[in-house]
Design a protein around this ligand. Structure first.
Ligand SMILES: N[C@@H](CCC(=O)N[C@@H](CS)C(=O)NCC(=O)O)C(=O)O
Length: 207
């Protein structure tokens, strides 16, 4: 299998961590979704990451669809999202908050960092940040016991936290949400997270 996309994307990273947690070997294609846009579109016509190229050549796109495929492959006993019932509803709600926070803090980051400064829209940036902070606060209100087994809600939330601190750290200063700080520390200490740690945010910078 080949995982396409760099780890500064939390969508790529959550797939990478999940592959490792579930014991799948993969190669890593580190083409940039910005710098290698045309070649990336040949892999995924949508021009987005992540993609997962299977051994038979089939290309899975979108992290949620890839993670669903992984869960189906390993079966309900090992799946990272519970297969049914209230625990599944709760997991999907938490995952939606975490991916939603990435979407909104990410939209603000694209506007602040990539878009040329004369075109930036401060009110839009603040609206996106407010939405992102709302999702993060909702996650912080949940219980994150340190004895809980690592599941997709925890993986995606931890990937979201690292991403937010990489691109817009003021939206989630250490100490504002101690339970999420603790979750992040626990996850980042694991080998699957260490092996996929994004040290930098590699996007084109607007003038
Ligand atoms: N819903 C998608 C979102 C993926 C996504 O937003 N990827 C970003 C990187 S974090 C991307 O490809 N951005 C480039 C673009 O959209 O042009 C998923 O879960 O895979």
């Amino acid at each position: 299998m080949i995982l396409v996309g760099q780890y500064d994307s939390p969508f790529v990273r959550r797939v990478a961590v999940s592959l490792r947690v579930l014991g799948f070997a993969y190669e890593h294609d580190t083409r940039s979704v910005f710098g290698d846009f045309d070649s990336m579109r040949a892999t995924n016509p949508l021009g987005r990451i992540p993609s997962l190229v299977l051994d038979d050549g089939q290309v899975l796109i979108d992290s949620a669809a890839i993670l669903d495929w992984l869960d189906q492959k390993v079966g309900p006993a090992k799946a990272l999202v519970p297969p049914a019932g209230p625990t599944r509803q709760r997991a999907l709600r938490l995952i939606a908050f975490a991916t939603g926070a990435v979407d909104k803090i990410g939209a603000a980051a694209y506007e602040r960092i990539i878009r040329p400064s004369i075109y930036r829209w401060p009110e839009w940036i603040e609206r996106c940040r407010l939405q992102g902070r709302g999702a993060i606060a909702a996650l912080a209100a949940e219980a994150w016991p340190d004895t809980a087994p690592l599941d997709q809600a925890a993986i995606t939330t931890a990937c979201m936290i690292r991403y937010v601190r990489l691109v817009d750290a003021e939206q989630m200063p250490v100490g504002r949400h101690p339970a999420l700080d603790a979750l992040s520390q626990r996850c980042e200490a694991r080998p699957e997270f260490k092996a996929t740690y994004p040290a930098d945010y590699a996007v084109p910078k607007g003038a």
